[in-house]
Design a protein around this ligand. Structure first.
Ligand code: GDP
Length: 297
């Protein structure tokens, strides 16, 4: 399960404070020390942890706790609220263009789960929002990537726009948009190329596609199991491409949660969805509050 290592640790810390009829400064000090260690061990960004602990401390010795009839529980509520805020607070929605089609560009490093997530997102849009997406194979460098998206399209019974490996990704994106208009596809999901590392060629190409099709959303797909690496990748994509949101994949196997808890604070961009398995229906809208409750029990 996602975050189970972190959850176990934080929950045992919270147990010590939950029944307290009075919470002393010493109690708060011990609690925040343990929370701090647990978060650092979960690979949460150092500065993010520092700021978070400061806020928790201020609130935990403040009025809302002192005046509460159940101070121990109030402290836990404070920690939960702060964790939720850290992940963005509110759940964020997916954009819709004033005039269809809405264009969503999927970016990310190879292996992060971009192609799978493109399919999952198309499936989500059809099932939950009654939309009819067109999937676009714009990763022309790896024939296997095109085949993979076509297979995903077949599994879902959804159209895939592909021009093989000879065409230019910018042209592919533009032509796909035209086809979507003709065939009444109200969402266009562009699966762009990934590389092993963030590099200039990759960013150039993504910027060109961005300029050519003015996407309503640019989702960066990152593997949550890579912790702070995922956060660094998100930071550089955001600097160079200005992403609109993040999809965290492989959360089902992430016992630590460092990326989930850091990305929003570091990049300022919300986590929009979480991948919870390999299957095409295993994508969930990301609920910060629900995640915080999952972590703290
Ligand atoms: P791409 O290179 O970024 O397009 O990555 P792929 O879509 O090919 O995914 C790489 C691997 O990660 C595949 O084996 C996927 O099945 C797997 N994968 C993607 N998302 C998830 C997820 O949310 N959970 C799990 N467990 N596996 C995932």
């Amino acid at each position: 399960m996602a975050f189970e290592g972190l959850a176990d640790r934080l929950q045992s810390t919270m147990k010590k404070i939950t029944g307290k009829g009075k919470v002393s400064e010493q109690d708060v000090k011990e609690m925040t020390r343990e929370v701090r260690l647990a978060l650092l061990e979960a690979d949460v960004n150092f500065k993010v942890v520092k700021d978070l602990i400061k806020r928790i401390k201020e609130r935990a010795v403040g009025q809302e706790v002192m005046e509460s009839l159940t101070p121990g529980q109030q402290v836990i509520k404070v920690v939960k609220e702060e964790l939720s805020e850290l992940m963005g607070g509110e759940q964020s929605k997916i954009a819709t263009a004033d005039r269809p089609p809405t264009v969503i560009m999927m970016a990310g490093l190879q292996g992060a789960g971009k192609t799978t997530t493109s399919g999952k997102l198309a499936n989500h849009l059809r099932k939950k929002h009654n939309r009819s997406p067109l999937l676009v194979a714009a990763d022309v460098y790896r024939p296997a990537a095109i085949d993979q998206l076509e297979t995903v399209g077949q599994q879902l019974g959804m159209p895939v726009f592909s021009r093989g490996t000879d065409a230019n990704p910018v042209d592919i994106a533009k032509e796909a948009l035209e086809q979507a208009k003709e065939q009444n596809n109200d969402y266009v999901i562009i699966d762009t190329a990934g590389r092993l590392h963030v590099d200039e060629d990759l960013m150039d190409e993504l910027q060109q596609i961005k300029v050519a099709v003015s996407p309503e959303e640019i989702f960066l797909v990152v593997d949550s199991m890579t912790g702070q690496d995922a956060v660094n990748v998100a930071e550089s994509f955001n600097e160079q491409l200005e992403i609109s949101g993040v999809v965290l994949t492989k959360l089902d196997g992430d016992t630590r949660g460092g990326a989930a808890l850091s990305i929003r604070a570091v990049t300022g961009k919300p986590i929009k969805f979480a991948g919870m398995g390999e299957k095409l229906d295993q994508l969930e809208p990301f609920h910060p509050e629900g995640m915080a409750s999952r972590i703290l029990g």
